[in-house]
Design a protein around this ligand. Structure first.
Ligand code: SF4
Length: 208
């Protein structure tokens, strides 16, 4: 497949993480970073998103307002990725932009993926993510694959997106939104109660 050339200014960079759910179990796949760009893709002005690996971010230390260029290909299965384009090559920084917001929403250079794993996340209301958190390095919009029959992992799967916050527990913009529900076998439904989030972040202080 021909690669598409792009240039654009970063308007969001967040971790690129996929979530697998099987009733009350959840596991993460750390894919890299999801970058939203305002620029030009294949000669057309547009806003679009690309996925990069952790090595590329470790090298370039991208952040909001940096302008970059490269080549990419469309993601074949948009249920499995938080971005529209991936397999990025010829990645270059054209200019380093001004520092964005240094409090919520945090527009700094996102840390290594291990930092996100160690911090743990809380669910984040989809509307709050869309209106307040889309440029925050602690926000994350994950593609979710649900294995409906947890006794048959190769069976029926469902897909959706969920939004999460890895940021400081005292962020004033945070809103949890409704508890997440996961469909299981024979019409059973698992409701992820608040204690799941509390346990995931209990090792952090209020301002961490
Ligand atoms: S709620 Fe979380 S993702 Fe949103 S601005 Fe605050 S720290 Fe960032």
């Amino acid at each position: 497949m021909d690669k598409l050339a792009f240039t654009g200014t970063i308007i969001s960079i967040q971790p690129r993480i996929r979530l697998a759910r099987s009733f009350d179990e959840a596991s993460h796949t750390y894919l890299g970073y999801a970058i939203k760009l305002d620029g030009e893709l294949d000669g057309e002005k547009t806003v679009f998103s690309i996925g990069i690996g952790k090595a590329a971010h470790a090298k370039h230390q991208f952040k909001v307002n940096d302008t970059i260029s490269g080549e990419c290909v469309p993601v074949p299965d948009l249920d499995m990725e938080p971005v529209e384009y991936y397999k990025v090559s010829k990645l270059k920084v054209i200019s380093t932009g001004e520092q964005g917001s240094s409090s919520s929403p945090w527009e700094l250079v996102p840390p290594e993926l291990e930092v996100y794993r160690e911090r743990g996340h809380r669910r984040l209301a989809a509307r709050t993510y869309d209106t307040k958190c889309s440029s925050c390095m602690w926000g994350c919009r994950m593609p979710v694959e649900i294995i409906v029959d947890n006794w048959n992992p190769r069976g029926k799967k469902k897909h959706r997106f969920e939004t999460f916050c890895y940021g400081p527990l005292n962020c004033q913009l945070y809103k949890a939104g409704p508890n997440r529900k996961v469909e299981g076998r024979n019409g059973m439904v698992y409701v992820e109660e608040d204690w799941v989030d509390q346990m995931a972040v209990e090792h952090r202080g209020e301002d961490e």
